[in-house]
Design a protein around this ligand. Structure first.
Ligand code: ADP
Length: 172
């Protein structure tokens, strides 16, 4: 089974993935290590990913029949059997990112994106609501988040797209 573990930067994907019993492909690392990008976005200090090249790289690194986690804020752009979207209340997300050393501008940009449900909407658009599972990490420990992800993999959770609403945190 392919599980896409996605969510706005800062929602806790890397931290949760380290606590899962499944092999995890950290796609952002793969993009850099194997030059799976088309150009540099200097304004946003990021790379424009070549999604087709990334998809081909993943195909080459996933054993048929194994459960594998594809971890990245872009993971939902790839084929997956289930899509786990981590969520975090935007004000908490902003402080997490600042504590991680991100710039105020980047922290604010991601906080706004989280309030606008950008990753969730893209995930539903690409995979359909029946494959999308939201997990709100705001008040969960990384261990609890990992346990919730395992429950999704085990089929113990119903799809839950749209259960999280952070519109109250949209900046006027
Ligand atoms: N469940 C959680 N509760 C509180 N803080 C968390 C949680 N998960 C991650 N963090 C912290 O938030 C920051 C972002 O986590 P990280 O796993 O890097 O997010 P992502 O991989 O989604 O960008 C890190 O500093 C991490 O220590």
């Amino acid at each position: 089974m392919r599980v896409a573990l996605t969510g706005t930067p800062g929602t806790g994907k890397t931290t949760a993935s380290e606590r899962l019993p499944y092999p995890t492909l950290h796609l952002n690392d793969a993009v850099r290590e194997h030059d799976l990008w088309t150009e540099e976005d200097t304004d946003r200090d990021s790379l424009v990913v070549d999604v087709d090249a990334l998809a081909a790289w993943v195909d080459d690194h996933v054993e048929a029949g194994e459960t594998v986690v594809l971890e990245s804020h872009l993971a939902h752009l790839l084929d997956a059997d289930r899509v786990v979207v981590l969520r975090c209340r935007p004000d908490v997300l902003e402080s997490r990112l600042r504590e991680r050393g991100e710039s105020d501008a980047k922290a604010a940009e991601n906080s706004e994106s989280e309030a606008l449900d950008v990753v969730l909407s893209e995930s539903v658009q690409r995979h359909g609501e029946e494959r999308v599972y939201e997990i709100d990490t705001t008040e969960r420990t990384p261990e609890d988040v990992a346990a919730e992800i395992e429950a999704v993999v085990d089929g113990d959770r119903e799809p839950s797209a749209g259960t999280v609403d952070f519109t109250d945190y949209l900046h006027p």
